[in-house]
Design a protein around this ligand. Structure first.
Ligand code: URA
Ligand code: ZN
Length: 382
């Protein structure tokens, strides 16, 4: 990677997932996505979570070739802590802030969600305790549970020593993140200094990918474009609803460098200012905070964008002091290569940081870890 970790210049990975064993069992018990299923002839069970993958699952007849199985293999990289630490060592990552991967507990029945969240968060807490100082986590909320259970969960996770925030999808309580009913939850998170790591899962409706996508284009369109657009839309809706003003202490870390927000913020601004409806409603008055301000005041961006061009836009929009390195492990393993060795998906992101901010500069060190240490209080015990 080039950037060698040291006590003062730690490398921190803030975008790195795990499916702990209890969650794997939960997915194994299911018949519709998200699920984990074994296929005859395939060594590893398959993780099938994306709507695009559900379509290929439906189309499957008989026992297909291993190369055409839906989803992806569940390797030890998904649930083994030892494997996570090996991955960190291989890439000279000093500290990881681990999170449950999508779709979290979005599908869990309301009456089970509270207890499931509690045990998963406890499992994350226990994992962190096995590597003190090297592991922290973003907790998971029981979003389908009744409001009092959900608020109690915020209280629970804030008491867990290594918890520094929560990972959140874009569905919120089912109506998105501009839902007024979500504001008390965001307020509770902000009051407890829990950063919200916003992560996509649902992408865009599969029609937009056209009839050829499932057969011919793999997961490229939903992952490369659907995921970032989903994040962009979710945050734009929050902005338009005034959520950032209603919860001024809210701090959000956006996956994949904010989707396309840094690139499109100017267009969002222009569309706001030129919208007759918004102007008539008095929503474009002098006190309005611009998208640019929100990006610089309440938003952090990860550096999981794989190129200097995207990263520079992120730096320009939010500032080099608000960007944080991530890997998205265990996703995007080297195919055909050695999964125990260096991952290209990681080196691309590290390389982008060096190119965008300069090799060995203060800015590069901040993005590789310094910012995360400060913002997420990783030198503090709790
Ligand atoms: N695919 C996913 O489903 N999640 C990720 O975080 C990355 C890729
Ligand atoms: Zn991810």
């Amino acid at each position: 990677i080039g950037t060698i970790g040291s006590p003062t210049h730690s490398v921190v990975d803030i975008h790195t997932h795990m499916y702990p064993p209890a969650y794997v069992q939960l997915l194994e018990s299911r018949n519709s996505i998200p699920l984990i299923r074994k296929f005859a002839g395939a060594k590893e069970p398959r993780l099938i979570i994306l709507p695009a993958e559900a379509e290929s699952l439906d189309k499957m007849t008989g026992s297909p070739e291993t190369s055409h199985l839906p989803g992806r293999p569940v390797t030890t990289h998904y649930s083994s802590l030892k494997q996570k630490l090996h991955f960190m060592d291989t890439h000279k990552i000093d500290i990881s802030v681990i999170s449950l991967a999508n779709p979290w507990l979005d599908f869990v029945a309301p009456e089970d969600a509270g207890e499931t969240a509690k045990s998963i968060n406890q499992e994350f807490s226990n994992m962190c305790a096995e590597a003190p100082g090297r592991l922290f986590f973003f907790a998971t909320l029981p979003l389908t549970a009744p409001p009092e259970t959900l608020l109690a969960a915020v209280g629970h996770v804030r008491s867990l020593k290594s918890c520094r925030g929560v990972i959140l999808g874009t569905s919120g309580l089912g109506r998105g993140l501009d839902d007024p009913a979500l504001v008390p939850v965001l307020r509770a998170l902000a009051a407890n200094r829990l950063t919200v790591f916003l992560h996509p899962h649902y992408g865009l409706p599969s029609e937009v990918w056209g009839p050829r996508a499932t057969e011919e284009y793999g997961h490229v369109l939903p992952l490369a474009l659907g995921f970032p657009m989903e994040t962009t839309i979710a945050v734009a809706r929050m902005y338009l609803a005034g959520v950032f003003d209603q919860v001024p202490d809210l701090r959000m870390l956006l996956a994949h460098s904010g989707g396309t927000l840094p690139f499109l913020a100017g267009r969002i601004e222009s569309c706001v200012v030129h919208d007759g409806h918004l102007v008539r409603e008095g929503k474009v008055g002098a006190g309005r905070r611009t998208v640019w301000q929100v990006l610089r005041e309440q938003v952090y961006l990860d550096a999981v964008v794989y190129s200097e061009v995207g990263l520079k836009a992120a730096v320009d929009a939010s500032g080099a002091d608000r960007l944080m390195f991530g890997t998205d492990h265990p996703f995007f393993p080297p195919l055909g290569g050695d999964e125990q060795g260096e991952w290209e998906s990681v080196t691309w992101n590290a390389e982008a940081v060096r190119k965008a901010l300069g090799d060995g500069t203060d800015g590069a060190r901040a993005v590789m870890g310094g910012n995360a240490v400060e913002v997420l209080r990783l030198r503090e015990d709790s």
